[in-house]
Write a protein that binds this ligand. Structure first.
Ligand SMILES: [Zn+2]
Ligand SMILES: [Zn+2]
Length: 214
C-alpha cells in the first residue's frame, strides 16, 4: 500500500511529502524544500529507505534541502522540467535574498518533460507538464489512489503566483484546465502550501477558475 506523510518545512510551511510502500519501506520525497535534519529524522523514525527525490519545480522552498540530504543519501534527483534549471542555479542567491540559510547546490539527475511514468516499487506516477507558475513546473499523478501532487500550480481555493521572472498567468490557467481538471473529480491533491483539496471541489469553488473572481 502507498502511504504518505506530509511534513511542512521552512518558514513558508511548504509541504514536503514522504511517500512510501508499506511493505518494502522504500520511499521517495517530493519537494524536500528545507529543514533537512528534520526530514532525515522523519524518514529514520518511519524506518524507510529513500530511493529518490522528486521536484515539482525549482523554487528554493521546494528544493532547498535536496543538496544537503544527498550528502547522506546520494539518490537520484528527478524533475522538474529543464526550463526550471535557472531557478535551481539561483537557489543560493535567492536564499541569501530571503535571509534563509544558504543551501547546498541541487544537482538534477533526470529532467522531466511530461508523459513519463515514475515508479516507486509497483506504484506508478504519471508526470504532467504544467508551466505557468514557473516555466518548468511538473505535477505527479498516482491513478491507483487518485492522488495528485500539484506543487505551486493549484491550491485549495487559490492558484500559484505568476509575478516571478518567466511566470505566465494565462499559461498557468491553461495548465490547470488541461492537466488538473481533466482528472476525476474525486482526485485528492497535495499542494505545495496549505491543506489538501479535491479536483471537484476546486472546479466548483476556486475563485480563480470558476469564473467567480472579479
Ligand atoms: Zn513556487
Ligand atoms: Zn512554494
Amino acid at each position: 500500500m502507498l502511504q504518505v506523510k506530509i511534513v511542512p518545512v521552512t518558514a513558508f510551511a511548504q509541504n514536503c511529502s514522504i511517500v512510501w510502500d508499506s511493505v518494502t519501506k522504500d520511499a521517495i520525497l517530493i519537494d524536500a524544500g528545507g529543514d533537512a535534519q528534520r526530514l532525515r529524522q522523519e524518514v529514520d523514525a518511519l524506518g524507510l529507505t529513500v530511493k529518490a527525490m522528486w521536484l515539482t519545480h525549482g523554487h528554493f522552498d521546494h528544493a532547498g534541502a535536496v543538496g544537503e540530504l544527498n550528502q547522506y543519501w546520494d539518490v537520484p534527483v528527478i524533475g522538474p522540467h529543464q526550463d526550471d534549471a535557472f531557478w535551481l542555479d539561483m537557489i543560493q542567491d535567492v536564499c541569501a535574498r530571503y535571509h534563509f540559510p544558504i543551501p547546498q547546490p541541487v544537482e538534477v539527475t533526470q529532467w522531466l518533460k511530461g508523459g513519463e511514468v515514475l515508479t516507486l516499487g509497483e506504484h506508478q506516477f504519471e508526470v504532467r507538464f504544467t508551466p505557468g507558475h514557473t516555466p518548468g513546473h511538473v505535477i505527479f499523478y498516482n491513478a491507483e489512489n487518485k492522488l495528485l501532487w500539484t506543487g505551486d500550480v493549484l491550491f485549495k481555493g487559490s492558484i500559484g503566483r505568476t509575478d516571478f521572472p518567466k511566470s505566465n498567468h494565462a499559461q498557468l490557467i491553461e495548465s490547470i484546465q488541461t492537466q488538473c481538471f481533466t482528472l476525476p473529480d474525486d482526485t485528492r491533491f497535495i499542494c505545495g502550501h496549505g491543506e489538501m483539496s479535491t479536483i471537484g471541489y476546486e472546479k466548483q469553488h476556486n475563485p480563480f477558475l470558476s469564473g467567480k473572481a472579479g
